[in-house]
Design a binder for this molecule. Sequence first.
Ligand code: FES
Ligand code: FES
Length: 149
Amino acid sequence: MPTLTINGQTHNVDVEPNTPLLWALRENVGLTGTKYGCGIAQCGACTVHLDGVAVRSCSTPVSAAVGKQITTIEGLAANGTLNNVQKAWLDLDVPQCGYCQSGMIMAVTALLREKPKPTDAEINSAITNICRCGTYQQVRAAIHAAASA
Ligand code: FES
Ligand code: FES
């Protein structure tokens, strides 16, 4: 049975090693903040971090996450303190329906860790998450706000 470290806690998950990480997170561990959108690595709704790097968990097998620190949206706030991205999202009222937003926040947090002051071109190439509500302008503004916080 694979053992996963998720948001600092160890979980034994009763799944095959090639099961998508997204299913293990949602169905086995009950962390439903990570969403299923397309299932084929296109939309980004399922984005989580493996050792701080954004990955699309619908297309990442559980076996690839064993031995890594997995962070989901539920574990992003350290001791209940929102990070700068989460704060900017609240300040600028980014979400509409909210479905894509946990994946969006995870992707943006990973981007700002790598590039603390991204240009619009860097945002365009790094943040390819799809938002059916069209929050792209608010997302961009919130990325710049979080980068200047
Ligand atoms: S559900 Fe994983 S990228 Fe769309
Ligand atoms: S806020 Fe609705 S899909 Fe993005």
